[in-house]
Design a binder for this molecule. Structure first.
Ligand code: DX5
Length: 228
C-alpha cells in the first residue's frame, strides 16, 4: 500500500467539463479519484448518480472510490460498483447494521471503508476494522466543499490511527481525511496518522495549477506522516 495517497474530490469541478477534469487530475499525479455521492437526505446536497461516474470510467486507469453520503448505502452499493468504483465509503451514521453493510460491499468484490462525521466518536468503528481497508475521518461537516478544516478533529485522527496500529492493521487499513485539506492543514492531519488525503478546493484554487497543488500537498503530508 502506498504510504501517502493524494485523492481529489470531484465536487469542485466545473461539471460542464467533467471528462476533461478527470483527465487533468490523472495527469496532475493524483493516486485515485473520490466521488462525493450525496442523496439530498443524509446531507442537504445532491450530486453524482452511478451513470455519471460510469460515463468517465474509461477516461482513466485510476481507481475510483465513492464516498456515499446517502441514507441507504446498502441499497445503492451495487450500482456504484457496477459504475466502476472499487472502494465504497459508507457513513457509520447511515448504517442500521454496519458490519452487514460492509460485508455486502465486500461480497460485491469492492473494498469497504467507513466514514465518521465530526461528532461521531472513533469507538463507533472499533468493531469493524476487520471488514475495511480504510477509515475516513471527516474534518468538515459532510455536504459541501470549500469549508474550513476542523483542527479539533486531530485527536480523533490520532485515536483512529492508534486503534488501527493496536490491531496490527497499519499495512492493511488506511486512514483518510476529507474536508478543508490544503498544504497548510495537511500537516496536522498527517502527523496524527492520516495517510490518504482528500482535497477539493485546495487543488483547484492553486494559481500554479493542479500538478503543483498535488506535489506540494504530497510533500507536506509525507514529511508530517514520517515525523509521527
Ligand atoms: C464534504 C465533501 C468535501 C470535499 C472536499 O461532504 O466530502 O469535504 O470532498 O472539500 P474541500 O477539499 O473543498 O474542503
Amino acid at each position: 500500500m502506498k504510504p501517502i495517497q493524494i485523492a481529489p474530490s470531484v465536487l469542485p469541478v466545473n461539471f460542464s467539463r467533467l471528462g476533461e477534469a478527470i483527465c487533468e487530475l490523472d495527469q496532475a499525479g493524483v493516486d485515485l479519484i473520490q466521488w462525493d455521492v450525496m442523496d439530498g437526505q443524509f446531507v442537504p446536497n445532491l450530486t453524482f448518480g452511478p451513470d455519471i461516474i460510469a460515463s468517465t470510467r474509461s477516461l482513466t486507469k485510476l481507481k475510483f472510490e465513492a464516498h456515499l453520503m446517502v441514507l441507504t448505502p446498502e441499497k445503492m452499493a451495487s450500482r456504484y460498483v457496477e459504475a466502476g468504483c472499487s472502494r465504497l465509503i459508507v457513513h457509520v451514521e447511515a448504517c442500521k447494521n454496519l458490519r452487514e453493510t460492509l460485508e455486502t460491499i465486500n461480497a460485491l468484490g469492492a473494498n469497504a471503508a467507513v466514514a465518521l462525521n465530526p461528532e461521531t466518536p472513533a469507538s463507533a468503528v472499533a468493531n469493524a476494522l476487520d471488514l475495511v481497508d480504510m477509515v475516513l475521518v471527516m474534518t468538515v461537516r459532510p455536504g459541501f466543499g470549500g469549508q474550513k478544516y476542523m483542527h479539533e478533529i486531530e485527536p480523533k485522527i490520532a485515536e483512529v490511527r492508534k486503534m488501527i496500529s493496536a490491531a496490527n492493521l497499519d499495512d492493511k487499513v488506511n486512514l483518510e481525511v476529507d474536508g478543508g485539506i490544503s498544504v497548510e492543514t495537511v500537516t496536522g492531519a498527517a502527523k496524527n496518522g492520516a495517510n490518504v488525503l482528500i482535497a477539493g478546493s485546495a487543488l483547484f484554487r492553486d494559481p500554479k495549477g493542479l500538478t503543483n497543488a498535488v506535489t506540494e500537498i504530497r510533500a507536506a503530508a509525507t514529511k508530517a506522516f514520517a515525523s509521527r
